[in-house]
Design a protein around this ligand. Sequence first.
Ligand code: AMP
Length: 119
Amino acid sequence: MNENDTIFGKIIRREIPATIVYEDDDVLGFKDIAPQAPVHVLFIPKNTHIATLDDAKAGDAELIGKLVLAAAEYARREGFEQNGYRVVMNCRGDAGQTVFHIHLHLLAGAPLGRFGTPM
Ligand code: AMP
């Protein structure tokens, strides 16, 4: 039984297609299907299912750090280290989380609007 019954679990298991742009032992990075910036890549844990950031435990600290560093490495590889970029993790309803397998959004490639304004 695989507990990661989310669309991202299916991407990890290669059951559905994705444009994978980054992979290491722990992290998979793929293009967001509905990009919100010229570059919009999602970084997810490959081997551990954590539904939301609120479900993360102290023992997940290294893995969550790896998501952030994978995004930074990819951004550097693509040449965004000087112009900059944004990383975001949405947690549950008010943040608009729709896929319950933690993921870090990397947004880059243009000046980004401000964020966090209540709708
Ligand atoms: P969130 O709203 O933070 O849960 O982000 C989920 C993201 O996953 C959204 O930006 C979606 O566009 C993206 N998404 C959903 N399904 C897919 C898919 N099959 N391939 C790539 N990105 C996806």
